[in-house]
Design a protein around this ligand. Structure first.
Ligand SMILES: *[C@@H]1O[C@H](CO)[C@@H](O)[C@H](O)[C@H]1NC(C)=O
Ligand SMILES: *[C@@H]1O[C@H](CO)[C@@H](O)[C@H](O)[C@H]1NC(C)=O
Length: 96
């Protein structure tokens, strides 16, 4: 009888430990997802233009009536000092 209850206690301890691990894992993955969402929002680009000779980011934004802030927002990680002819730039998009 004493042996049986020992087994039950061991099982309960194990189950308790497992649930703690699961809770920690779940809360960690939630904050991980939160960080990812904050760091790189999903960008949906509806319209692009190709860079032609002599274009600058500023020219393209102006042609499309976009503020530089709006242009930068839909072209993350774009290096405007290294545009190349034929490069696609987003000129209409939304950040979800
Ligand atoms: C930008 O605005 C000007 C003046 O309002 C307009 O003539 C032009 O068609 C617009 N261009 C685009 C791409 O919306
Ligand atoms: C952008 O491109 C220029 C020219 O290739 C380079 O010198 C500069 O380091 C680049 N900047 C970034 C932030 O990558």
């Amino acid at each position: 009888m004493a042996k049986e209850s020992n087994k039950v206690t061991t099982f309960l301890n194990l189950a308790f430990m497992l649930s703690i691990i699961l809770i920690i894992t779940a809360s960690e993955s939630r904050s991980f997802f939160g960080a990812v969402t904050k760091g790189s929002p999903t960008l949906s680009c509806q319209s692009v233009v190709g860079v032609v000779s002599g274009d600058t980011c500023f020219d393209i934004a102006k042609d499309q009536n976009l503020s530089t802030t709006a242009f930068d927002a839909i072209n993350p990680n774009l290096n405007c000092s290294a545009l190349f002819i034929g490069q696609w730039l987003c000129v209409s998009g939304s950040i979800i």
